[in-house]
Every structure is written in C-alpha cells, then in structure tokens.
Write a protein that binds this ligand. Structure first.
Ligand code: ZN
Length: 235
C-alpha cells in the first residue's frame, strides 16, 4: 500500500471557465482518476489544495504520505514557507515527490533544486512529441519509444535545473524547441521526478501515456526502507 497525496493549487479551474470545462472537478481529481485506474497498484489516494488549512498538508498528513504529487501555477507565492520546509524535510526523510508542469516554479521544487528552475515557454497549442531516452528506466516501463500530445504549451531549453541523475524523457515541439521533460533526482533518502506535460487548458492528464508515466513514477518514487540516517556526534 502506497499513500499518495495529490496536491493542486485549484485556482484556475474555479476562476477560468475554459479551464473549468477541461477539469470540472479540478486537475487533482483527474490525476487521481488516472492513478486509480490500475487495479494492480495498491494506492491510498488523498487530495489536498492550496485554500485548505495548511494547504491540506498539515504535519500528520505529510507524515503518512509516501509520495506527494504537486501541481501549481499562478499562486506559488501563496504557499507558506512553513509548509515548504515540511515538504523538504519529508523528502529528505524518504518521501517521493512528483513535480508536474508549471510546478517547476513551485517553492518546494526550487528549494530542493537550489536553482532558478526557469525555462522558455510559448502557449501556442502546438504538438509535442516525448521521446524515451532511458528505455530501461522503470518510469518508462510499457511506454512506446515516443508518444505525441496533440495540443500543448511549449517549454524550451535552457531549463535551469541541476543535471538530472537520470533523464527519462526529452520533448520535441513543433516550433523546433527541445526540453528535458522527465528528470529524476535524489535528495536525502527521497526521490524526485519532474514531468513536464500538464498545461491547464488541455486535457493532458486524461492522456493514456501520461497516465502510465504517472503510475510508473509513483512506483519509482515510493520510499524503500533503506538504512537509518544518523547524524551528529558519536560517542
Ligand atoms: Zn502551463
């Protein structure tokens, strides 16, 4: 059993009709649906949103979360630093973190990366092709050598993140740009996966390939028992 918490800012869906039509119950609900759809995975899914007390992430929730999935865009600055510190601490202790699309600018991701996490973008609804560049990686399990998303927002390099430990996907865009779309990191005992797809005006989290990658990513990011982390003076 893996305890998964799906965190969503949940503002665009309520404030913009065009987004509400694509994600009527919120992006978090659609992602939950994609993850629940696999009977082979034993997931306990909860969702949390920005406007709940503690953003839905009080200490007891984070304590029992094995993998946290994060989507945010317009209100990164409203996330309390106290909650960011808690997320960082839990990652160092071993909690997995899946960072989606515009959450490249989220406070937890920026803190864990230590760089600007900036990139180029163009909201043109063009086509994206994601290529698997690490075919043996567990996150690519069962994924074709490439797959297309017909309408997306473009993200282009340079993507100002540390060199990933493993790079699983590279995207090509109709405008000619490329982007490192699936980046794996370790911080402390925790595993972090950044996955690019997911602009709020396109039904990207309903895509079958994206769903498969997310399910694989939850498996990969799930904590393993490991060995205790012991620091400080020894007697
Ligand atoms: Zn976007």
């Amino acid at each position: 059993m893996v305890a998964l918490t799906i965190w969503n800012e949940y503002r665009h869906e309520r404030e913009h009709d065009a987004v509400g039509e694509v994600y009527p119950d919120g992006i978090h609900a659609t992602i939950a649906g994609a993850l629940e759809s696999d009977p082979e995975r034993d997931l306990e899914i909860r969702t949390a949103t920005l406007d709940e007390p503690d953003h839905g992430l009080p200490p007891d929730v984070l304590e029992k979360t094995d993998v946290l999935c994060w989507w945010g865009h317009e209100a990164h600055d409203e996330v309390a630093d106290e909650v960011v510190a808690r997320v960082q601490e839990r990652v160092l202790e071993g909690m997995g973190l899946i960072v989606l699309h515009s959450a490249h600018f989220s406070k937890p991701f920026k803190r864990l990366m230590g760089t600007s996490c900036d990139l180029q973008y163009r909201e043109d609804g063009g086509r994206e092709r994601l290529w698997v560049v690490d075919p043996g990686h567990p996150i690519a399990d069962g994924v074709a050598e490439s797959f297309d998303l017909p309408r997306t927002e473009m993200y282009g390099e340079p993507f100002d993140v540390p060199e990933p430990d493993r790079l699983v996907f590279v995207s090509w865009f109709e405008g000619g740009e490329v982007f490192r779309s699936g980046c794996c990191y370790r911080r402390g005992k925790g595993r972090i996966f950044y996955f690019r797809p997911g602009h709020e005006t396109y039904p990207i989290y309903e895509d079958e390939n994206v769903g498969r990658v997310l399910r694989n990513a939850v498996d990969w990011a799930s904590p393993t028992e490991g060995s205790p982390r012991t620091f400080g003076k020894r007697d």
